[in-house]
Design a protein around this ligand. Sequence first.
Ligand code: URP
Ligand code: ZN
Ligand code: ZN
Length: 463
Amino acid sequence: MSVLIKGGRIVTAADTIVGDVLVEGERVSRIGTDLGSDADTVIDAGGKLVLPGLVDPHTHLDMPFGGTTTIDDVTSGHAAAAFGGTTCHVDFCIQGKGQTFAEALADWHAKREGKALIDMGYHIAVTDLSPPGRLEELATLPGQGITSYKLFMAYKGALQVDDETLFRTMQVAARTGALVMVHAENGDAIDVLVREALAAGNTAPHFHALTRPPETEGEATNRAIQLARVAGAPLYVVHVSCREAVEPIAKARRNGWDVWGETCTQYFFVDYTFLERPDFEGAKYVYTPPPRAKANQEVLWDAVRTDVLSAISTDHCGFLWDGQKTMGRDDFSKIPNGSPGLENRLHMIHHFGVGAGRISLNRMVELLCTNPARLFGLYPRKGTIVPGSDADIVIFDPAKKKLISAADQHSKTDYNLYEGTEVTGDVDVTLVRGTVVVQDGELQVEPGFGQFVERARFGEELR
Ligand code: URP
Ligand code: ZN
Ligand code: ZN
């Protein structure tokens, strides 16, 4: 089967050309200015952008968390992703209590099998290295295509690890070629602040932010950076939300240390005041790190523009407001932490990033596609459009208006962080490995089409 995408503006991190893309089988075979019209399917992309499929390095589908389970399973999460132009993501396989990594992976593969619409991989979230054999087992995972280790420095009593576990994992990564990812907040200090707030009767959603001040994120970010240097491991700091965390990353990168950071779409648009919305609506914005004071938004735009931060993910971790977020009506610490976002990353960053002149189209592609693919061992099969790459392609109409609303989203969540926002630019067609997955506003493939991707080790290419 062949697909010819004709006359679009093909945008990669490095180049922009107007031309054609020929797909043969699952991969891009040629790019040129006139490749004729001889193909099984011809798609007219005149006036449209032809972008690499987006790669989301940070999602939580079908994950038990905060006393409940995220509402999007692999199929609904993938529908949301595909309609938003995301063709590949890396989700978290969480090591449960007492589990070996093999047991955890078996559980998470079972959540995926027969359900995927797009391609995906797993990071392993390490929670316990104490039983004999765990460190050795951790070292074997890159050989199975699990080439990133995630550690939570917060969520005391749940996912949080101590510094010994963090450091030992970094030492393993330094010799196995895995990338270490951290959720960087000082969970011990936060736990004290949360208990104090509740004891004082402060139960409303905005206390979620007041008990997780930016300094706790800055401190943990710096701690992780310094420990990674000692261990000699590359480090990726997830969901950076504030100046206090940007600054140590900027310093590390100035010094040439192996440190990268991501932020997430929501941190550019949702600020602390959203948590104060009445009638418990603030709970919709309870995610971690929390929405920050508005001044941080320009800090983040500046950081993604100047390559202090290298990727924008979604941290998609969707819960229903009605029935899940409401578990914390009388106690903000019982509101499950997380928010949906897989569907609107491209809409929001294209409109408010490129459209407002904050970043170029090429930089947008770098942040949403190429850098996540490079950092997580998917490049150049994913994250770019070159001969030989997977034909994961988004045909994006940069002039089409879209009103963002939960009413027509594909995520199962009952709200949207960006409700009522009108953007210019929407996805026309999404292809995964040469197959049309979304077209004419309809899903075109069945669950099970998406594949698990064994990723390359950090710094290596996936061919
Ligand atoms: O609130 C969030 N971010 N939920 C997902 C888990 C995490 O910390 O990434
Ligand atoms: Zn986190
Ligand atoms: Zn997350």
